[in-house]
Design a protein around this ligand. Sequence first.
Ligand SMILES: [Zn+2]
Length: 229
Amino acid sequence: MAISLNSHLFAGNPLRSKTPKLHDPLSLSSSFESLKSHLHQNPETHPPNSPFFKVLLFKKGRPLVSSSIEEEDGVAPSWHLGWIDLADCKTILGKHGVQLTESSLVYLGSRAEEHVVYWAMDVVENGELATELSNRKQLCFVELRTLMMATDWTDSWVMGDLAIAGHGRALLEWHNQSRFCGHCGDKTVPKEAGRMKQCSNELCKKSVYPRLDPVVIMLVIDRENNRVL
Ligand SMILES: [Zn+2]
């Protein structure tokens, strides 16, 4: 595979995380309110103007993807993220005793042209759930590094999927690691559709945001011979 120097893996998330107007139906706050009413009513009823919701499940940091990532007959492997509609997701998880609540979902962003808001959710190890997802939807949980190797770096759509998966994993990992307040030790609770956490102690109420860790990694290459040195 030729080395593409124009792409940055896990970067360039194509989902829009901010909207021009605060009360845009796709904005973080508005879509979170719609999500709550969907979950507490019948999620299959769809009020007019409400965006559609899709959920990306993760298990131990591995996103749910289409399972056709094996190379077949010399054709390069391909994959895509296994988005599940909110109503469908609630039904499937409910069958396995996992309750879908607004506090378990993290806002990933939206695609205005599709009027869809995307969410991520971490599920605990459950072999039966993974089997059902595989049988019913041909989806499975795959390690990000495996996906990276199965990605055509010139395919902008799949590269976008890789970036979304990386973003979702980072957010969910941050949630798992920031369950308690670093100031007073009390539990933290998700706020702002999972983009912020706040200490539950009324006297503290410290806000915590995901950390930014700027990193630079260099790779020396021989451009003429398409080789890594
Ligand atoms: Zn605190």
